[in-house]
Ligand binder design. Sequence first.
Ligand SMILES: Nc1nc2c(ncn2[C@@H]2O[C@H](COP(=O)(O)OP(=O)(O)OP(=O)(O)O)[C@@H](O)[C@H]2O)c(=O)[nH]1
Ligand SMILES: [Mg+2]
Length: 313
Amino acid sequence: MHFEEILMEKEPVIRVIGVGGAGGTAINNMKKMGIGEMTTIAVDTDKEALDDIRCDFKILMKKHGSDKELKTGRKVVMESEGMIKNSLGKADIVFVVAGMGGQTGAISPLISRIPREIGALIVAIVTMPFSFEGEICLERAKNGLSELKGTSGCIFPIFNDRLCKFYNPDDALTEIFEKNNEFMCRIVRSISGLLHENGLISIDFADVKSIIKKSGFSKFGTGMGRGVDKARNAAMEAINCPMFENFSLKEAGIVLVNIMTGKDSDIAEVAEAMQVIYENAGGDQDISYAHVFDKNMEDEIRVNLFLAGFHEF
Ligand SMILES: Nc1nc2c(ncn2[C@@H]2O[C@H](COP(=O)(O)OP(=O)(O)OP(=O)(O)O)[C@@H](O)[C@H]2O)c(=O)[nH]1
Ligand SMILES: [Mg+2]
């Protein structure tokens, strides 16, 4: 193994590209939540929206038309390719975050080709529109999602309608968006934690990379426990996460568990959370797991579950 490779395994370079309004808002949220040290890049066709984003690079693209083949979209992405490449540096993993129903969000598959060409692994986290946003918007999002399959190792589609069922009907739309944004940020936080932070049990970059590479359409669930029975409660909450809807742990071909605690936690808590996962998994799956310390946590445990290898969505 070369020296350079050893270094890369220790500290993979992570970038986040937020595309369009929803992508930019997600970046702002990540900064608020404290996702750790990583370079953030906002790409949009809307200058005013870009002005409001707190990030390391802002790339303003020309507005494009909305033809189905994304002809004009392709042209504007090509024009900005140099700038996007420069912002990426030697990225190993790039999160591409967008709302697929938006005209700008819909060209995120074209944008994701750029980091892919420099050899980075792409994790796409994209929201799918509410039904009330209409057929055209939904069509655009579906097309974008299938395009993403060609460029991304791992895709987390966040179906706004599904998450909505678990909120109160009188919640403001902005509140729902905020919760969805938090959910998207948790995915980034969890994967970056696995790569950058250590805990009682670690997983190395090569393993995370090989899981991401073969994941395809994936699901994420998260649970939090505090005080008595926290490990069991957090694991159960993650298993029953609304995003899994009709799918169970038993059906997932790939399971990755990331347990986060403060430094006050011990191995028994991690073991208990894992025991709950094993009991619910059924036995056939290859379950990878890791533990990460989070300095902001005390008497708390968070269980993050990545499920992949499903045949349908
Ligand atoms: N989770 C989440 N989704 C959002 C948010 N804002 C918009 N969306 C969703 O994302 C989709 C795209 O909206 P925008 O991101 O505003 O659109 P855009 O990508 O900037 O594209 P244009 O403005 O049409 O060029 C919408 O269909 C919404 O469903 C947000 O703050 N959070
Ligand atoms: Mg916009």
